[in-house]
Design a protein around this ligand. Structure first.
Ligand SMILES: C[S@@+](CC[C@H](N)C(=O)[O-])C[C@H]1O[C@@H](n2cnc3c(N)ncnc32)[C@H](O)[C@@H]1O
Length: 473
């Protein structure tokens, strides 16, 4: 099966493979390859539109090539840039962002600082998502969804997860097998466990587990109890039913909410970023790498050049990330977020941190006219941090209608970012340097921050809108 070829890839794919352009557009994507490095590649799969290959060796290894420090590097595939040293990974991420900007005609936009992960490239991951399924030999397994397949690869020594989350993953795998809990198969609607989302707080060490299941059964309570006994950092275990077809981890209702039922303990953990304490519940978004998030938040607010009478609007606010950081600098602050649970936790965090910030729940696009009314003619400083797909249709126009002085755009998807930046430029906004943050070391993902400047950003303002007393519900 397969064949060996000698090739020299030219560029990176967004998934972190090295691309060899093929005749008539049929590319070869090489896992473990590096653009510019001649390589012997095993072609594992040859499809109509693309071929997939695995790097075997190189006659002249690239200066940035290293031995990946993980024995599951190839079957797991979750860390596709682990075969590069840190300067090599930075170069790859810069190339991906550059290509995305150039693709939208933004060749004049420059790339700025690279912010390395302060805690290093190992054990930075404070959230892990593992699947339940079967090995190629039909044994029940809990682990990563394998590279370009859905078979499960156990990753008990995963070097990028925190040591506690590693223990939690091993414990889940052990007890799932011991309790005879079968993996859920949405096609046949048989079995129980589909996935587990585990989050650890960097500040308290506590762990919250969400078991994603096709159905709820009594054995899940036994599993929760066994896990909490084994891994003492576990303070809460929740069940979320998802019997939908497809590969999405969560099944969201029409409001985007993730329904959960208690199995054991509390529904939240707390984490502290730059001195502000946040509460995170099952299904909430919170940054993967908290030490990078701290740098990102500081750079964002510094880049906006907030002054005491600024009005700050945090769109896609999650559990209050940037809105609460701005409030802690004494700035009038409001956040808009679609998930009700996250909004309740953001309000609660404002209360507990003794900060004044308003949070509204709903779709950003739909709520922007209300935000404009609330600003009562003031030109705000805005931060936007949408999901991977970028801004929904119409959001750029409604946002421009607020006449923001500056907009800080935080993105984890360079292509969506570039597309939206082109729209902001068409509306007259000046695009600053794109800074890169190593939020996800060893992967092809990169977090970026860019500040856009509107007309006369520092013109004097009337006082910020009157503060409302916001009580936690
Ligand atoms: C990438 S996260 C950013 C969270 C936050 N800025 C932080 O630093 O933790 C995106 C957030 O946007 C929310 N979201 C996605 N689409 C939305 C929409 N159309 N309207 C409101 N919120 C939305 C998600 O629930 C998620 O909390």
């Amino acid at each position: 099966m397969g064949q060996d070829v000698r090739v020299t890839p030219e560029s990176w794919t967004a998934r972190g493979e090295a691309r060899v352009r093929g005749a008539s557009g049929r590319d070869l994507l090489v896992f473990g390859g590096i653009p510019g490095e001649p390589a012997d590649v095993w072609v594992q799969h040859s499809g109509q539109h693309q071929a997939l290959g695995l790097w075997r060796s190189s006659p002249t290894p690239h200066e940035h090539r290293v031995e990946p420090p993980c024995d599951r590097y190839t079957p797991c595939g979750g860390c596709p840039l682990m075969h590069l040293d840190q300067p090599g990974q930075e170069r790859a991420r810069r190339a991906l962002v550059r290509a995305a900007l150039d693709g939208e005609g933004l060749d004049d936009v420059t790339l700025g600082a690279w912010h390395a992960s302060p805690d290093g490239e190992d054990a930075f991951r404070h959230v892990v998502k593992v699947g339940a399924g079967y090995s190629d030999h039909g044994h029940v397994r809990v682990g990563a969804w394998g590279r370009r397949s859905r078979s499960i690869v156990p990753i008990p020594k995963c070097p990028v997860a925190t040591p506690t989350l590693r223990r939690a993953m091993s414990s889940i795998a052990h007890h799932v097998i011991e309790l005879g809990i079968k993996p859920y198969d949405p096609e046949s609607d048989r079995g129980v466990l589909r996935a587990v989302v585990a989050r650890q707080s960097r500040s308290s060490g506590e762990v919250l587990l969400t078991l994603v299941v096709g159905r709820r059964v009594r054995a899940l309570v036994d599993l929760a109890e066994a896990l909490a006994q084994d891994v003492t950092e576990v303070v809460g275990v929740w069940a979320h039913v998802n019997d939908d077809p497809g590969n999405a981890i969560y099944s969201r209702d029409e409001d985007g909410a993730v329904g959960v039922r208690p199995l054991l303990g509390r529904s939240w953990i707390e984490d502290v970023l730059n001195g502000v304490s946040y509460r995170i519940g099952p299904g909430d978004f919170f940054q993967t790498n908290p030490s990078v998030a701290e740098v990102l938040y500081r750079r964002t607010l510094d880049g906006l050049k907030l002054v005491s009478d600024s009005a700050f609007v945090d769109l896609y606010a999650g559990v209050g990330g940037l809105a609460l950081q701005a409030a802690s600098r004494g700035v009038w602050s409001m956040g808009v977020e679609g998930l009700e649970g996250a909004v309740l936790r953001a309000r609660d965090a404002a209360h507990r941190n003794e900060l004044t910030a308003e949070f509204v729940c709903g779709d950003v696009g739909a709520l922007l006219p209300d935000v404009k009314r609330r600003l009562a003619g003031r030109r705000p400083m805005v931060a936007i941090n949408p999901a991977r797909r970028g801004l929904e249709e119409g959001v750029v126009e409604r946002l421009i209608d607020l006449e923001p002085r500056r907009i800080a755009y935080i993105s984890c998807n360079p292509r969506a970012l570039a597309h939206d930046l082109a729209s902001f430029r068409a509306h007259g906004y000046q695009i600053g340097e794109v800074e890169l943050f190593d939020m996800f070391p060893n992967t092809a993902h990169v977090e970026t921050l860019v500040v856009l400047t509107g007309e006369d950003p520092d013109a004097p303002t009337r006082r910020a809108p009157k503060r409302r007393v916001v009580r936690a519900r």
